[in-house]
Design a protein around this ligand. Structure first.
Ligand code: C5P
Length: 400
């Protein structure tokens, strides 16, 4: 599993009640092998003392930007250079806003601008604040600036509210930090991923589709690219930006997706079929808009080809991974699907759970392969994707 041996983690703590969890987070990071230094904002020092975090980290805690003594020792630029990872946990709504606009008004935000290291952010705030549009826009901006997020978790909050906003558990944050350094796991591999829904045209203005957001496929694309793979996404219509370093091929219908996947899979080592392909398409596509008339009408549909089964039956074939959305006996049905479709691995999710999966930002899955399986607890789709990438890397034979 992932570790942080020989990694310098600069932990930024801002002023939220979750700051008390930073103590445990330092321990978890150290257990994974990291050397930890801490920056605290003024607000953070109201919740937990620098002395506590100094004792736990074994290093002086940094609090001031304009501190001549600190600048003589390890100043803000040295700190920024020292870090292999800047981890901000908890990140308050205010800190996220300041990061989103590139402020440098204290030591933590200045170092966040000055470092070339990856930046991992663990938000923590009241659920209403998390849902606020201004905050959501700031979070989106952080991601578009290349920062990664872990959490927030869903549950009871210190203020008594229930919802998303709790800082993720220290062990999960530490594991996400370690997973960021999994680069190289798929070095040199070519990965093809199908994602999103398909749209099956009825006429020039109407189509049949589904509610797939594409988020899981896009998270996988990002995780594969981060792991060093040359990654191509064949994507149905979605509202998402292509992740950095990922080539995107846009399609609409299942037949278009099939054509692209068959062609591109010939040059791929791994194919991950994450798309929610429409099972049927209209037997005929009308060239003119269908007029309303009769009280009742019917639509003739024909089965779409199974893209992942088609790819898995090619020779040579890539290591092929499918998804299975089930509501009961999830693993058993997924295993059957894996065999029927000739897959090497299948990612099963329980879609009877309302708060995860389809259209949500979180997922919880069981990854199944012929002689094993592994459950991944509920987490962000990016975290799930990173763990799936680890499991795929573990199953690929060296010669494939
Ligand atoms: O059969 P079912 O739709 O449950 O299978 C889901 C898996 O098969 C997913 O990996 C999905 O991307 C893939 N699939 C496909 N082509 C289809 C239907 C499903 O590649 N026509």
């Amino acid at each position: 599993m992932a570790h942080l041996i020989n990694r310098n983690v600069l932990l930024g703590v801002s002023g939220g009640i979750a700051a008390y969890k930073s103590a445990e987070l330092i321990r978890q990071l150290q257990e994974l092998g990291a050397e930890v230094r801490v920056i605290m904002t003024r607000g953070a020092q109201q919740f937990i003392t620098p002395l506590t975090l100094q004792a736990l980290s074994g290093n002086p805690v940094h609090t001031e930007l304009l501190d001549s003594e600190a600048e003589l020792g390890m100043g803000h630029i040295e700190l920024a250079r020292w870090a292999d990872l800047l981890l901000i946990a908890p990140a308050t709504a205010d800190l996220i806003a300041r990061l989103a606009i590139g402020r440098a008004d204290d030591l933590l935000t200045t170092v966040a601008l000055a470092t070339a290291a990856p930046r991992l952010i663990a938000p923590a705030m009241n659920q209403q604040m998390w849902h606020d549009k201004a905050c959501a826009a700031n979070v989106e901006r952080l991601e578009s600036l290349g920062m990664s997020l872990v959490g927030p978790a869903v549950g009871e909050q210190a203020c008594g509210d229930v919802g998303p906003g709790r800082m993720e558990q220290p062990a999960v944050i530490a594991a996400s930090a370690a997973a960021l350094f999994q680069s190289g796991l798929l070095q040199g591999k070519r990965v093809l991923i199908s994602a999103g829904p398909t749209q099956e045209a009825l006429d020039p203005v109407r189509y049949i589709s589904n509610h797939s957001s594409g988020k899981m496929g896009y998270a996988l694309a990002r995780a594969c690219a981060d792991a060093g793979a040359r990654t191509t996404l064949v994507s149905g219509p979605v509202n998402l930006e292509a992740p950095a370093k990922v080539k995107r091929v846009e399609v609409q219908s299942a037949l278009q997706m099939l054509d692209q996947c068959v062609e591109l899979s010939a040059e791929s080592d791994i194919f991950i079929a994450c798309a929610a392909v429409a099972d049927y398409r209209p037997a005929e596509v009308q060239t003119q808009k269908i007029k309303k008339g009769a009280e009742f009408t019917s639509l003739e549909l024909v089965r779409n080809p199974d893209i992942v089964a088609t790819v898995s039956s090619t020779n040579p074939r890539p290591f092929t991974v499918g998804f299975a959305a089930e509501t009961n006996d999830v693993v058993q049905y997924a295993r059957g699907k894996m065999q029927r479709k000739g897959l090497d691995m299948i990612v099963a999710n329980d879609v009877s759970k309302q708060d995860i999966g389809f259209n949500s930002d979180e997922n919880a899955v069981t990854v199944v392969w012929p002689d094993g399986e592994h459950s991944l607890a509920q987490s962000s789709k990016l975290n799930i994707a990173r763990q799936v990438v680890e499991l795929i890397a573990g199953q690929i034979k060296p010669e494939s």
